[in-house]
Design a protein around this ligand. Structure first.
Ligand SMILES: [Zn+2]
Length: 269
């Protein structure tokens, strides 16, 4: 699923960064958001969100998703070459939905008939799915909540709030010969992260949780949001650039101008 507003915002931002006008960027953005109206558990619906349909084997799911993306690229480039810019923007937007979802969903099974069904039947899964799909939050098992924004290619700023049964951050210096008192506490801080996205570097946690698991699938899901969003943003720009290269490589003939001119005209639309 991914969050609809996030899909649309990511698409509009990437298109504008690559020189498209607001109007064109928004057409692609709304075509992208419209894909979220299809949330059934048929293979066709689930694959649009880079998830696997009910009982669909993962290899089949991966193949189908790859085909959605390859077809989307081809049809987008063909539409640009045919000067059908509205169709091109729609296909770019729709295909980007699957590409962006792939960064978040990683071919998970989706056995639900819709969002409501998923919340009723798997509330824990859906809660973690939602936290991750917000794309800015990472939650670790010690109840740190980290909300961060990407401000540069490899730079994130954020705020982090935490509750620790023993306060690691502000523990007082132990008295000589004594032991540091265990003081539980809430805290908060501003963070600047350079390099990897917040939440993407996980320190192995030696302490098992109440079920004996060291890190359950849900806790890693809850902490991967910011990292996933970064991959989705980068994949968005990559896809548009791939469509551009396809168009620009087309030679001129009697009827059509060279690909470079076609792309220029498309960007100015
Ligand atoms: Zn989706």
């Amino acid at each position: 699923m991914g969050l609809t507003c996030l899909h649309s915002r990511m698409t509009v931002t990437a298109m504008k960064d690559l020189g498209f006008r607001e109007y064109a960027a928004r057409l692609a953005g709304s075509a992208n958001a419209a894909v979220d109206e299809k949330q059934g558990n048929s293979n066709a619906d689930a694959n649009l969100h880079a998830m696997c349909g009910f009982g669909q084997p993962e290899y089949e799911c991966r193949k189908a998703v790859a085909k959605i993306i390859a077809d989307g690229k081809q049809e987008s480039a063909d539409a640009v070459a045919a000067s059908d810019y509205k169709l091109a923007l729609r296909r770019v937007g729709e295909t980007l939905h699957t590409i962006q979802d792939m960064a978040f969903h990683k071919f998970e099974p989706w056995p639900f008939t819709g969002i409501g069904d998923a919340i009723l039947n798997a509330p824990n899964y859906m809660f973690c799915h939602l936290i991750r799909d917000l794309g800015v939050v990472s939650v670790s098992k010690t109840i740190d909540v980290d909300v961060s924004w990407r401000v540069g290619q490899q730079v994130y700023v954020g705020v982090k709030g935490f509750y620790h049964p023993s306060n690691d951050y502000f523990a007082p210096i132990p008295p000589i010969g004594g032991q540091a008192p265990e003081i539980p506490g809430f805290g908060g801080m501003f963070t600047i992260t350079i390099g990897a996205a917040p939440g993407s570097v996980r320190v192995p946690d030696p302490y098992p949780d109440s079920r004996g698991a060291v890190e359950g699938p849900y806790s890693s899901m809850m902490s991967s949001g910011r990292e996933d969003l970064t991959r989705a943003e980068d994949a968005t720009a990559d896809f548009i650039n791939n469509v551009r290269k396809d168009v620009q490589a087309r030679p001129a003939n009697g009827q059509v101008p060279p690909g470079a001119d076609m792309w220029e005209a498309f960007v100015r639309y």
